[in-house]
Write a protein of this length. Structure first.
Lengths: 279, 279
């Protein structure tokens, strides 16, 4: 294929009248900050960065923040060196090529352990199925692991309250983390908590193009927003732990959500049918 | 919480110097088209809509297109009325409250059936774990189901070639579909195929904030882009089957991908540990 220069399409490809402008546009801005530390005032740091980037938040904007920096700023750090692994931890560490201290920390953090592959355990925490109970070694100080925030919903709500005050805008917040998915190579993001908008859009009862009623469709709006934010946030050492999302039509509510984005094993197409095998 | 008006943050919240502009911005534009029918020239329809919306594609833009309209425009339609269900189809239909003809169509389309819940079967197709083998009744003509495109990678490549010619810009394409995830309420999107860029970003070997080498992290860039596109495309009757994504840093390659975004059951944190139970 040739690599043509970007030219305007020729007039003859279209007879439709041109509209004045695109009616809708989703924008995602990265929020690059100084390195976050325990006791950093995260809301103020984000507000400072927005100001420095000349970005004025508007009512309805969503600010997505990485779970890791939320947790780190709250002082949640697990020191691995001091941990004495149990025999179960040693056995799992041996089986899945993980440090026994890290496995012990995962066991303490997880609600359930379902198995593992080399380098990761499959766990459930807060009814979220995730690798290593959300514990992360990357971007943690050497010898430490960073867990999820203790109460993501409450952290998200507090961040919204503080950011609304600092920014003088009725913004929404969400706390995001990356997550691997069955049979997919690589991770995308999910929302651990949101504040200020309905995280799941219910399309049931609306009609399709042929007038048929849609029966079961819901859209995981917050998870999709987390993925959009991830595209600008980066995962390595970008120091870009947050993003501002503008232009999405949200159902605004003055409340916060976390487990409302999850379903039970019994309702779940996957967990209802796939059971731990422990081979 | 009060609902303050959107005002500029006060100067005193920040002592940092203001930069001239945000260094990076991801934009997602909806591409609203006429209703797609079998034998619609999809590339031309999209080019027409971009022109009508006054949106001039640039080199490196990604055009995401719903799998359903790609398939429909290629004439892929399954007429359910003519189908004679097998006894297995009747049995699964009865167990999971589905029409037997629809179940038979799923059985023909799926590479593997893992189980079900009321209203949906859990299947694997093209090494993607998905409800109902990707068959969709919504936005299909009454009495029909729409499957995935027969060869998503080839369709994606053809669309890219045609769109590059029509738009005179070196754009990328991707074909997207919605998908539910374990224990999550609602669906997000994944990429069935991409053309023109590397769909998975490999972060292994890069360094974190503390100089530690990242060992296992990959980012499912194409799936995250699919979610960003989903935010403007809608799922009901919006007639918005495509989106243009601009501003993302991509590793451009002149090739197409599909199964390169999947991993085997044996490498999969979920499928390695969770096995079909058929209770």
């Amino acid at each position: 294929m040739p690599s043509p220069k970007a030219l305007k399409p020729k007039r003859d490809i279209n007879q439709l009248p041109r509209k004045k402008a695109v009616f809708f546009l989703l924008s995602v801005y990265p929020i690059k900050t100084e390195v976050i530390k325990p006791n950093t005032d995260l809301a103020k740091t984000i507000a400072d960065s927005l100001y420095a980037a000349n970005l004025t938040p508007r009512d309805g904007d969503v600010i997505a923040i990485s779970a890791k920096v939320v947790s780190f700023s709250e002082g949640n750090l697990i020191r691995l060196e001091g941990i004495r692994p149990s025999s179960l931890a040693y056995s799992l560490a041996n089986k899945y090529s993980l440090p026994p201290e890290f496995v012990e920390a995962i066991l303490a953090e997880a609600d359930e352990v379902l198995g593992g592959v080399s380098g990761a355990l499959l766990t459930i925490k807060n009814n979220i199925i995730v690798a290593n109970a959300g514990l992360d070694l990357s971007n943690a100080p050497p010898g430490y692991a960073i867990p999820w925030p203790k109460d993501p919903k409450s952290s998200c709500e507090k961040l919204r309250k503080k950011l609304r005050e600092l920014l003088k805008a009725d913004i929404c917040t969400m706390i995001t983390d990356s997550k691997v998915h069955p049979l997919r190579l690589g991770s995308t993001s999910i929302a651990l908590a949101v504040s200020g908008f309905q995280p799941v859009e219910d399309l049931r009862g609306s009609q399709d193009l042929f007038g048929k009623t849609i029966k079961i469709k819901r859209m995981a709006l917050a998870d999709a927003l987390a993925c959009a934010a991830q595209l600008v946030m980066g995962e390595a050492r970008e120091s870009c732990p947050a993003a501002l999302i503008r232009g999405i039509s949200l159902k605004r509510v003055n409340s916060s959500f976390s487990t409302e984005m999850t379903i039970s094993k019994d309702e779940c197409l996957y967990l209802k049918n796939l059971k731990p095998s422990f081979d």
